[in-house]
Structure formats: C-alpha cells, structure tokens
Write a protein that binds this ligand. Structure first.
Ligand SMILES: [Zn+2]
Length: 236
C-alpha cells in the first residue's frame, strides 16, 4: 500500500490498478473510505487486519466500482443519505446513467459488462454521514452531481482531500489516462446531474487542496491545485 498523507493509506487494485480504496487511521483502528471493486475484497481484508483492524466502511458514493468490497468487510457501512437507495439496490448501473452518451462504441458496449464484474451487489447501509460530520479527523463534504450523495473527506491542517469521483485523472470515456497533472469532471454519461458535478469540482477547487486523492489513479499533488481543478470543471 502507498502512504498518501499522515495516517492515510491507498490500496490500488483491479483494472490496471485503477481502483482506489483508502484506509484512514482512527484511534485504535481504521476507517475504509470507498470500497473499490469486489475483486479487491480479499486483499482489502488482509491489509485492514495488518493495519489494526477495520471499524467501518464509508462509501464515497454507491457506483458499482466504489461499493464492491463493502458487503464483504464484516463491518458497518455508512454513506450519505442521498446515496442509500442506490447503495441498497441490486442494480450495477445507476438508474440515471446514460451509457449511450459515451462516444466510442466498443467502450459503450464494454461498460455494462465491466460494471457488473466490478460490483459486489447490494449493500446494507447501517447509518449515514452528512456534510460537516467528522470521519477519522477529516470533515465530510457533500459534492453532489456525479452521484446525488457523493461525498469527499477534507483535512484542513495539511489540505488533503479524498474525493471519490468528484474528479477523474483518467479519461473514462476512452479508458486511458489523462495527460500528467490534468483532471476532468467525470463524463456526463455517468452523471446524476452534470451541471452540479461541475459545481462540485469548483467547490473542491475553492478549498485550495494540496493533495487530491480520487477514486481512480494516482493522487494529484501541488502547492495549490485550485487552477488545475477550475480548468477540470470546464472539461465536458
Ligand atoms: Zn462513480
């Protein structure tokens, strides 16, 4: 696992190691933020045990590639109130996704298969977390748009933001990396509300983070990532 910041560990797995699970040290145990794909479950359990044992899973949002390990970690799962219905649903494709908007035909055809393969199925949500709540020394921030109840975790002291799919560092519509140091708002094909997704990227930019650790690919680092993120809000 990679150390992202003080007390923050990143487990990367599945397709081209593109799926991210974060483990946050919290007193005598750990909080897992985001749950990756089902294929990462065994490794996630081993790593969590090694780091002192898991207390709860907090979902950044409920998409198939972010809830995959959640039912298999043996601890309560929490998410934002606006994400509970999708987390507890059997569907691997959220009702608002419109894959027909993806520009490349083979990738358009591939995604339903990938989403089903990544998914761990319905998650029983034990409790909810909302903007302002504290999670392992971070503050919960609501970033609706890509999903209605998408949340990130923000730590002011070292300006670290864990943001699930608020931004992408990969081109999900073409399944390839973005140029080094670039970010984008996720493609509208996935969005619950694309205009709100852009607004949420601007909300993240205004925090002036130094580390943005997202749901896919390596964290982005810089003295002040505001400009990069403001540009990202305009892509798509
Ligand atoms: Zn997503």
């Amino acid at each position: 696992m990679e150390k992202v910041a003080d007390g923050v560990w990143l487990l990367r797995g599945d397709l081209r190691k593109g799926m991210n699970i974060y483990f946050l040290e919290d007193g005598d145990g750990l909080v897992q933020f985001d749950a990756g794909s089902i294929g990462m479950a065994k490794r996630a359990r081993v790593e969590a045990e090694r780091l002192g044992g898991l207390k709860r899973v907090v979902l950044g949002h409920a998409h198939a590639d972010h809830r995959g390990t959640a039912p298999y970690m043996g601890v309560p799962v929490h998410c934002h109130p606006d994400e509970v219905a999708d987390a507890e649903s059997d569907a691997s494709i959220a009702p608002y996704m419109d894959l027909s908007q993806l520009p490349v035909a083979p990738i358009r055809w591939l995604y339903p298969f990938l989403l089903r393969r990544w998914d761990g199925g319905a998650v029983k949500v034990a409790d909810t977390v909302s903007e302002g709540d504290e999670v392992a020394g971070f503050r919960v921030i609501h970033f609706p748009g890509h999903a209605p109840g998408l949340i990130g975790l923000w730590r002011e002291s070292d300006r670290v933001a864990l943001v699930s799919d608020v931004v992408y560092f990969v081109d999900s519509a073409r399944l390839k990396p973005l140029p080094e140091g670039e970010a984008s708002v996720p493609h509208p094909a996935w969005a619950w509300d694309h205009a709100e997704a852009k607004e949420s990227v601007r909300k993240l930019a205004a925090l002036e983070p130094r580390v943005v650790a997202a749901g896919h690919a390596e964290p982005l680092r810089g003295d002040n990532l505001r400009e990069t993120l403001e540009r990202a809000a305009e892509k798509y």
